[in-house]
Ligand binder design. Structure first.
Ligand SMILES: [Zn+2]
Ligand SMILES: [Zn+2]
Length: 264
């Protein structure tokens, strides 16, 4: 367990296999809560940065998986903080149970093995809590100078990323991707088509720093790394073969480029 300062008002809380993030202004905001029983660690970390657990007012859940929503109920009970999440996963938290996707999608064999080892047979139980505020795509929260919610389905139906503009722009990418062995795809996806669309969308944002549920934050040039990795429809200059506006006429080693005739 350790704390890493990401910007002047963002801390990465490393909780073993998963990260949570603490945002500071007059009050405190927590993005994700670790597995069940992370409460003690998180409270200790809040004290370590010189703040008090009672100052925690907002708990933003990127999604309801047990490694992210596991300690939401207990933290809410102790601090009285409000829990924010997307409507698509509110029932999971309220019932205290997160079902596994019927057909998970893996981008690699290593991810499939990891899923089979650590996730497939996990009970999926979390202490239940009520969601206080339901967030949707485009919502703006008056937190740490302004925080934007971005709905990024794919890993799970109601996953949210958060974009925090500042001296350095920060993207909280949740489990849309991870940075365990370099920037890469998450261990599994419920719906990979949606996930690809979500990753493309995140790649269009301009951010210096990217934070993940799993793996260390990328501290500079993060949006470019996203674009190189996830943007499929790059707007690159067309090659001669792809270019259509001109006809290439080859005759006797002379290459002439003509404009096609306009059709009326
Ligand atoms: Zn997850
Ligand atoms: Zn996770």
């Amino acid at each position: 367990m350790s704390i890493r300062r990401i910007t002047e008002n963002v801390y990465e809380l490393q909780l073993g296999k998963v990260n949570a993030f603490l945002l500071e202004d007059e009050k405190l905001t927590l993005i994700d809560t670790g597995v069940p029983d992370s409460t003690g660690q998180i409270i200790e970390m809040i004290r370590e940065v010189g703040r008090q657990p009672e100052e925690l007012k907002h708990i933003l859940l990127t999604h309801s998986h047990p490694d992210h929503a596991g300690s939401a109920a207990q933290l809410k009970m102790i601090t009285g903080a409000k829990v924010y999440m997307h409507a698509a996963e509110k029932m999971n938290l309220e019932k205290g149970f997160v079902a596994k996707p019927p057909v998970p999608y893996f981008t690699s064999l290593a991810n499939k093995l990891m899923y089979n080892l650590f996730i497939k047979n996990a009970p999926g139980l979390i202490p239940s809590a009520k969601a206080d505020v339901l967030l949707q795509d485009g919502d703006w929260l008056p937190i740490a100078g302004g925080l934007h919610a971005i709905h990024i389905p794919g890993h799970s139906a109601g996953q949210l990323a958060f974009f925090l503009p500042g001296r350095k722009n920060v993207l909280f990418a949740a489990d849309a991707a991870d940075n365990l062995f370099g920037l890469g795809y998450s261990c599994f996806y419920e719906n990979f088509t949606e996930a690809e669309r979500s990753l493309e969308r995140l790649s269009t944002f301009d951010f210096d720093i990217a934070c993940f549920g799993h793996g260390k934050s990328i501290m500079r040039g993060a949006s470019e790394r996203f674009r190189n990795k996830f943007l499929k429809h790059k707007h690159k200059a067309p090659t001669v073969k792809e270019a259509r506006p001109y006809l290439v006429v080859e005759k006797d080693a002379i290459v002439r480029i003509q404009e096609p005739e306009e059709k009326n």
